[in-house]
Design a protein around this ligand. Structure first.
Ligand code: SF4
Length: 339
């Protein structure tokens, strides 16, 4: 007997597999429920507020407007089952919102959002590499006046130590690879905007070498995942990350019971219809079954979000914006934007 292959790989799944193969299995294959965490939900709230801000015309992207966007996002979260599951009392909820507000304020220390216009916000991209489906959500995709792409990812956790910067940029290089394959053009810059205390921007310039290296890494990880599924051999790798792991109670390294986890295995989530997605024109490559994508989160392993199949816009792309299927001034073939 073999385990079913996961339907796709995303930056968070790649990182989870690298950190601990068993946690990857619990999350990506068994799809065990993961308890929401305060940092991850706070990250989602900040992402949503910034998404709402960038849907506004550039001149309206002010700190005052950002506070209104946060208030809208807070209202949305008030009925979110995952937010409610945190069980925060009144004071804790207020502290949660105050923290998020500080992060949104700090955003303005890093960038002037009136100075550019994104062409994609919370943009889900997917493409195939052989039999592997790669998926990722780009927090923001900008188009420079001279037609170059810039990928931006917001982070609400602590900035990494200098020696860890390269590994933290792995996820954004992943998005760079997706852009290259979908739009035929590698972004000139990928950047992480850290919005916690000590806000800062970490940037990298993707090169042919870095992109090919990431492609090889992802392909190697996919081969390892397939081997592990064939042999049903996903081993625990205890580390400091275990403190944040939702699966400790099933993990043999913590006296857990694997068969109990298998009994709790959930069916794949069905795709829903409100997330913009850009899929590469995947030729005849066989792709795994039902598409399932990943949620943006803070710096912790993340769960899944639904996918729809609307294409991309020629103006800022948010959940409610019109779509055109054409990216102006990039030289990007329109067919790359449409499924
Ligand atoms: S508790 Fe640690 S070793 Fe066990 S699955 Fe989670 S991350 Fe892996």
């Amino acid at each position: 007997m073999t385990l079913p292959l996961p339907t796709s790989l995303s930056p968070s799944k790649v990182s989870t597999f690298t950190d601990c193969a068993l946690a990857f299995r619990f999350s990506a294959i068994d799809k065990l429920p993961e308890a929401p965490s305060v940092p991850a939900m706070k990250g989602s709230l900040v992402h949503r507020a910034l998404e709402l801000l960038f849907v506004r015309p550039p001149a309206e992207r002010t700190p005052l407007e950002a506070r209104s966007c946060l208030a809208i996002a807070v209202d949305e979260f008030a009925t979110d089952p995952q937010f409610l599951a945190l069980g925060l009392d009144g004071a804790a909820q207020q502290a949660f919102i105050d923290d998020a507000a500080k992060m949104v304020e700090r955003y303005f220390l890093l960038e002037d959002p009136t100075a550019f216009d994104p062409i994609g916000i919370e943009l889900l991209l997917s493409t195939s590499v052989d039999d592997l489906l790669l998926r990722g959500i780009i927090d923001r995709l900008d188009l420079t006046p001279d037609g170059e792409l810039i990928v931006t990812d917001y982070k609400t956790g602590r900035p990494p130590a200098e020696r860890q910067e390269a590994s933290k940029l792995g996820g954004v290089h992943f998005y760079s690879l997706l852009c290259e394959r979908l739009f035929g053009k590698r972004p000139v810059k990928v950047q992480l905007l850290y919005l916690g205390t000590n806000p800062q921007i970490i940037t990298a310039v993707p090169s042919e070498q870095s992109t090919r290296a990431l492609e090889r890494k992802v392909t190697a990880i996919w081969s390892a995942v397939k081997r592990a599924c064939d042999s049903e051999d996903f081993r625990p790798k205890p580390s400091a990350l275990c403190s944040w792991c939702s699966f400790q109670s099933f993990c043999p390294a913590f006296g857990g019971d694997l068969p109990t986890a298998v009994e709790l295995r959930t069916p794949l989530a069905a795709p829903a219809a409100d997330t913009p997605v850009v899929d590469a024109p995947v030729a005849d490559t066989p792709v795994a079954d039902t598409p399932v994508a990943d949620t943006p989160a803070a710096d912790t392993p993340v769960a899944d979000t639904p996918v729809a199949d609307a294409p991309v816009a020629d103006a800022p792309v948010g959940g409610e914006l019109p779509v055109s299927g054409e990216l102006p001034s990039t030289g990007v073939p329109p067919t790359a934007m449409m499924e």
